[in-house]
Design a protein. Structure first.
Length: 138
């Protein structure tokens, strides 16, 4: 028999919140609750990684194709910086992972920038030339 978690996730969340508020800890769906809490943290990390990748890709395009710089790129850079700052304010624990994930995200950004520009990957720096402060526009 499937559980409320499987049948109606929204209703399951309401039920779990009510049980927590009531202090009815023994009635909680602990296994699924743990899974969902872990998932929420991973989701925030993925959001940060996605925004950093987009930002890095646009910074690379901005630097490598200076003759094609446009307001759209400038706007994307500004939006990503603002959203990353907002995300880090709401989740300060994510700041600790930025340096760890930056090399992989930079590789991803080069892959995407190469596709978007039609330039070979060799036209881009091998390692990230930007400091965190430069990436964030500080």
């Amino acid at each position: 028999m499937s559980s409320l978690y499987d049948q109606d996730f929204y209703q399951w969340t309401i039920e779990q919140a009510n049980l927590l508020k009531a202090g009815a800890l023994s009635q909680l769906d602990i296994e699924n609750l743990i899974e969902e809490v872990e998932s929420m943290g991973k989701s925030q990390k993925r959001a940060l990684e996605s925004r950093l990748t987009v930002l890095l890709m646009h910074l690379l395009k901005w630097d490598v194709q200076q003759e094609l710089q446009c307001r759209s790129w400038q706007s994307t850079i500004a939006i990503q910086r603002k959203e990353i700052k907002r995300l880090l304010r709401a989740n300060p624990g994510l700041k600790a992972i930025v340096n760890d994930v930056l090399p992989e995200l930079f590789e991803d950004a080069i892959d995407i920038a190469s596709i978007e520009t039609g330039l070979p990957k060799s036209e881009f720096p091998e390692t990230c030339p930007y400091t965190i402060e430069q990436i964030m526009g500080e």
